[in-house]
Design a protein around this ligand. Sequence first.
Ligand code: FAD
Length: 452
Amino acid sequence: MTDYIKELYKVLGKGKVKDAKEYLITHSYDGMRRKFLPDVVVFPESTRDVVEIVNIASKHKITITPRGAGTGMTGGALPLNGGILISFSKMNRIIKISVDDTIAIVQPGVVTYDLVKEVEKYGLFYPPDPASYKTSTIGGNVAENAGGPHCFKYGITKNYVLGLEAVLMNGEIVKTGGKTIKNVVGYNLTDLLIGSEGTLAIITEITLKLIPKPKFSGVARLGFRSLGEAVKGVNKIITNGFFPSALEFMDKVSIIEVFKFLGLKVNENISAYLILEFDGDREEVENQLEEIKALFTNEELEEIVYATDPEEKERIWEIRRNISGAVSKPDLIKYNEDIVVPRSRLPEIVDFVYQLGKEYNVKTVLFGHIGDGNIHTNFFVKKEQEIFIEELLEKLFKKVIDLGGALSGEHGIGIAKKRFINYQLSPEIVEIHRQIKKIFDPENLLNPGKIF
Ligand SMILES: Cc1cc2nc3c(=O)[nH]c(=O)nc-3n(C[C@H](O)[C@H](O)[C@H](O)COP(=O)(O)OP(=O)(O)OC[C@H]3O[C@@H](n4cnc5c(N)ncnc54)[C@H](O)[C@@H]3O)c2cc1C
């Protein structure tokens, strides 16, 4: 056993330090499905434990990789150089919910869904809901600045983070922001850490803004006969004054595969779904569900399903949330890009993606947060097709940038997209990133090899 692992055992105790093979293997992957073994996994239970870990790592020049639930899609939680992997699964306490201040203070390992359910008991709502929210953690959501279906109306993770506590690589504990909605003192370091993909500091406590829980909600699933009408339908809905709390999209392949996966009967005439949720007063919601139908003709729509009952709503959302699992196949390698474009360019990018799929003869599946212009673009390739994928992705990202979009709307860069970052960021901006990284982590020990 190496000296630093012995030291970790000594300082933290056996229960919080694991270097047995089964721990290393189960912490060696994330949603990107690459595998890098850490040398040791540690399970801090307090900020003080994190400080001890950082001090030992710095002393021995060992790299550290923070990890939430490992659902990240871009390899952010992969320990590329082995070293220490910090699992936040034991720092999963909701420390405080204040109804008067409408805030929650949580440890990073809290599973997002657990927080959503807990604050509901107080009539409150925490909206950012990545489709992974039943497993992903608030710490991982903050580090990736995660989005989700409800972000269309309510905003993304960063819109709910008021303050952070973090451990820096020199072992100092720092606090950014605070507990108030307004706070303009100094540079906005809270926002700098949000979305920093675990490369600048280790987040140990998060203060979140909450809002009142909407009184009532209803979901409409519109089944379109043509893909084009569904995509054009997005702006039709918005420009006609509808402001749903969620506006999601599924293409035909994702519909067929999820239905199969869940053992449901599929209507093959449907080429795409738009899934909309409305919330507010019961009457207002019911009117909107009814009015949305009038926007489209019977020729355009094959099916409309409404749900206001909690279980029926959940059944519709389960279909949406199961796409990733249902479309993945063990014999095909998945390239999952979460490109985002201005909404007006959606028809163009959707056409372009399918053309690319045809050109390279790869299975193509599109779904996602279309109201935000954020389309999960999945290409499934056989091993022998992998040599084309680089060229295909180059074409995709160039097009996205030409359309005024971004390489990633919510999954981040990690290792999956770092070779493309210069498509979007100028050399000057990348250099500023490097300088910032150096200030926070001069020895490049915190999650190195990610983003740039
Ligand atoms: C089925 C499925 C659906 C998904 N849907 C969505 C979606 O709708 N929207 C969306 O945005 N994403 C989605 N994702 C991606 C993923 O769930 C999110 O990126 C999520 O925020 C990751 O959280 P996690 O706890 O799993 O973090 P991890 O994957 O463990 O880590 C992610 C990053 O956060 C860093 N990190 C974790 N904890 C800390 C900490 N305490 N301090 C500093 N850095 C830390 C890690 O180092 C890593 O870089 C989906 C993934 C899956 C598998």
